[in-house]
Design a protein. Structure first.
Length: 129
């Protein structure tokens, strides 16, 4: 995965973040820009320090590809969606899973927090409501 705030002096990306073993499908910055979350077909989420590009945590409880990641507005919660029909909530400060939500009947493709952080919505391929 390549991270760049724009091309470097030579026209190439400024940082390459390595670690995922399969394609990366989603990325999200924390509101303060200090963290980057990436989700992959390797069933993991990786949390990166954006200042130095170092891997902080590898989150590994999904049983399917990770299709979406989103930080809450206060950046104290990370939500992830997966083809394993779950939405998981994580504490970015310690990399621990705090909750697993299993309300979908098929793959989950998207997650988003409301601006005040009080509501989390998710959408999946088999859902019609």
């Amino acid at each position: 995965m390549t991270s760049s705030s724009g091309p470097g002096p030579d026209g190439n990306p400024t940082k390459t973040l390595t670690g995922h073993t399969r394609p990366v499908y989603c990325v999200a910055f924390s509101k303060d820009g200090k963290l980057l979350a990436s989700g992959s077909d390797d069933k993991t989420i990786r949390l990166w320090n954006t200042a130095d590009g170092k891997l902080l945590f590898e989150l590994k409880t999904h049983q399917g590809l990770v299709s979406a990641v989103a930080f809450s507005p206060d950046s104290k919660t990370l939500a992830s969606a997966s083809s394993d029909k779950t939405v998981k909530l994580w504490n970015p400060a310690d990399g621990k899973e705090t909750k697993s939500l299993m309300a979908h009947t098929g793959s989950v493709y998207s997650v988003a927090f409301s601006p005040d952080g009080k509501v989390l919505v998710s959408a999946g391929g088999m859902d019609t409501s």
